[in-house]
Design a protein around this ligand. Structure first.
Ligand SMILES: Cc1ncc(COP(=O)(O)O)c(C=O)c1O
Length: 382
């Protein structure tokens, strides 16, 4: 009898190829001529000498790996220092770091809800939130995008424990969530508010303290934030921020904390180095936002359709999935790396180029990026 348990993968691969949806890896060289508007290195810190030196120092002091889960051997003084400084900077009582932002979202959603809970989740939320909702076993109501009234109705349909969850800045279109309205409806329903500030930290709020600080919600009793250390802080890892009793609960109940090796010392050191740099150079945060607004203004003045950016992500509409893919490829050939989103990764069916502004882009680089996007655009632009 033949044994071929993976034959079905060939059919899947064929279907994917027919739909033009094959994804493949493209290892990048250490040095490249490409102008990067595709990464999430919003503040240009991933290669900053102070940040890389902090990573190297952490490796020398603590070793290459954390050596175990946080509750066994994986907690170091460095982790504690990072947690303390993250909480202080963002205005929360306590913080807990994870090996990724993905793990942080899974932790918050699974440990703060349960079978009898309701999660109300924005339709535009990140995949890690979607997966956290699934893993939590809570009932999940997916509500229309950025709609506090829909959240209110969903919360009031449920009698027990409830939590509303939203990205602070949505990763596809770069628009901000209506945090004040969401906080109000959560207070009215005695529900918790969980905000994923992956794209707000380092860009929004005073000196980059994040979207919750900007909205005056940081440190609120019913408010919990999740972060990634991999975007503005140029490192790797994630965090949950919230009241002390929430963080103590996560230490005892969050499976992606308990059963995962602690954040690598290099990542913790780099994130701490980046955080200290941002404290000293708060102007970096506003600069990333200003670059995004300039990119948006110049592209839309020339006739392209884009979403006005609330942080550092600029989303430019493409007429079709095929043209978006071709547009991104043409940009690349012309020396500009940009992101490309198309169905099924965008459930609304709209294909876009996704440009990320960086605080360290020069005037010349901004002009070059705008020139390339316009010169390669599939639509006639003025
Ligand atoms: C909104 C949002 N949340 C969470 C994550 C996951 O963070 P990480 O890459 O650190 O796992 C990302 C991106 O990667 C994101 O864009």
């Amino acid at each position: 009898m033949s044994y071929a348990p993976f034959d079905w993968l060939d059919d899947e691969a064929r279907r994917r190829a027919d739909a033009g949806l094959v994804r493949s890896l493209r290892p990048r060289p250490a040095e490249t001529e490409l102008l990067d508007l595709a990464s999430n290195d919003y503040l240009g810190l991933s290669r900053h000498p102070e940040v890389t030196a902090a990573a190297a120092e952490a490796v020398r002091t603590w070793g290459a790996g954390a050596t175990g889960s946080r509750l066994v051997t994986g907690s170091t003084a460095l982790h504690a220092e990072l947690e303390q400084e993250l909480a202080d900077f963002c205005g929360f009582e306590s913080a807990l770091v994870f090996s990724s932002g993905y793990a942080a979202n899974l932790a918050a959603l699974t440990a703060l809800t349960g079978r009898d809970s309701l999660i109300v989740s924005d339709a535009g939320n990140h995949a890690s939130i979607v997966d956290g909702c699934r893993l939590s076993r809570a009932a999940t109501a997916v509500v229309p995008h950025a709609d506090p009234e829909a959240v209110r109705k969903a919360l009031h349909s449920h009698g027990g424990r409830a939590l509303a969850v939203t990205d602070s800045v949505f990763s596809v279109d770069g628009d901000a969530a209506p945090l004040a309205g969401l906080a109000e409806v959560c207070r009215g329903a005695d529900a918790a508010l969980l905000v994923d500030d992956a794209h707000g930290l380092g860009v929004l709020g005073r000196g980059g303290r994040g979207a919750l600080e900007a909205a005056g919600l940081a440190g609120g009793e019913g408010v919990v934030a999740t972060l990634t250390l991999s975007k503005s802080l140029g490192s790797q890892g994630g965090a949950v921020l919230g009241p002390d009793r929430v963080i103590r609960h996560l230490v005892n109940a969050a499976r992606t904390f308990i059963f995962d090796t602690g954040l690598a010392p290099a990542s913790a050191g780099a994130a701490l180095g980046a955080l200290r740099l941002l404290r000293r150079e708060p102007e970096r945060a506003a600069r990333a936002g200003a670059v995004a607004v300039e990119l948006y203004a110049r592209l839309t003045e020339a006739g392209l359709t884009a979403v006005r950016p609330d942080a550092a992500v600029v989303s430019v509409r493409a007429p079709s999935a095929e043209s978006a893919v071709r547009w991104a490829a043409d940009c690349r050939t012309a020396g500009l790396a940009v992101g490309c989103f198309r169905p099924p990764s965008v459930p609304d069916g709209i294909s876009r180029l996704r440009l990320t502004a960086r605080a360290d882009l020069t005037r010349k680089q901004i002009s070059a990026a705008v020139g390339t996007v316009l010169a390669t655009a599939p639509l006639p632009v003025s």
